[in-house]
Design a protein around this ligand. Sequence first.
Ligand SMILES: Nc1nc2c(c(=O)[nH]1)N[C@H]1C(S)=C(S)[C@@H](COP(=O)(O)O)O[C@H]1N2
Ligand SMILES: [Mo]
Length: 331
Amino acid sequence: MPWHINDSEITPEAVFKDRRNIVKALGLGAVGASMPSAAQADIFDLFSKDKEKKKFVTQPLAFTKDTNYAKDEIVTPYNKVTTHNNFYEFGTSKKAPAQNSQEFQVEPWSLVIDGEVERPITLGYDDFTKLMELEQRTYRMRCVEAWSMVIPWLGFPLATLLKRAGVTSKGKYVAFETLHDPEQMPGQKNRFLGGGIHYPYVEGLTISEAMNDLTFMAVGLYGKSLPPQNGAPIRLVVPWKYGFKSIKSVVRIRVTSQRPPTSWNQLAANEYGFYANVNPAVDHPRWSQASERRIAEGGLFSAKRIPTLPFNGYGDQVADLYRGLDLRKNF
Ligand SMILES: Nc1nc2c(c(=O)[nH]1)N[C@H]1C(S)=C(S)[C@@H](COP(=O)(O)O)O[C@H]1N2
Ligand SMILES: [Mo]
């Protein structure tokens, strides 16, 4: 049986990325319909072996400091944090990111910190975990869609990175960018699957927001490296802002003099502002922001409704950043 060959005898591993390539590598052309069913079974064995090989694996990570910023609240179970996601690059339903991202390749990865800095930095995959001292931060996470979670992240303050790079006097904003790789991210290939966002997904903060100690670069959650659906290998977490600010799978952090464009604002400026601070007093044009469903055990609609707090409850640390700003206009 010519199709029953060991991987090593055919081609380098890279070719075994998807079914089309396997079919090409085996020289089978349009298989399937014309093939006897036993032969088809062999082919599908080969696919599933390949799947096992590529399947994403999370690694345990050590941390030195552990701070809970959601005291007395129940931490959202791991299986909810990793199966109820927004990551439109992998599809727009809540389950799609977990389903479609398990073959996501994060090694090698390169994260560039550049722009208005004295010393641009490029970090490789191992650098996030080996050069940086990791801490655990348990934060509330409030999506603009009025659901929320409590998540124990692992990572380091963004300010640590920015201080190493040395922000120049022209640095007023920070622009973030997600990986652009349509081969790996079906939502970037197909406008319908990707929810109409113009990719790569981009986000931004003012420099004072970026330097605030709460602003965190997460490389893990629940004591392990990030699963792809949560933004592997490194993502932003800004706990006083709506979740869409917390951009995933970041490849570039650029300090700028001008306010950078942001993806959801570009898509619907009347609904999603640049600031996006959690604010129960300013409703979304299509729904109230006064309360939220806190996701725990059970489904979204059995989740308890609780009041939403200004700045998601982090006003003590961040309200000063917005003194004199009309938060109704600057939503
Ligand atoms: N690149 C990218 N980052 C993203 C998103 C996205 O679609 N693409 N969704 C955002 C939204 S709307 C939310 S609520 C959070 C969800 O993070 P979580 O899935 O880890 O809970 O990620 C944010 N970061
Ligand atoms: Mo969100």
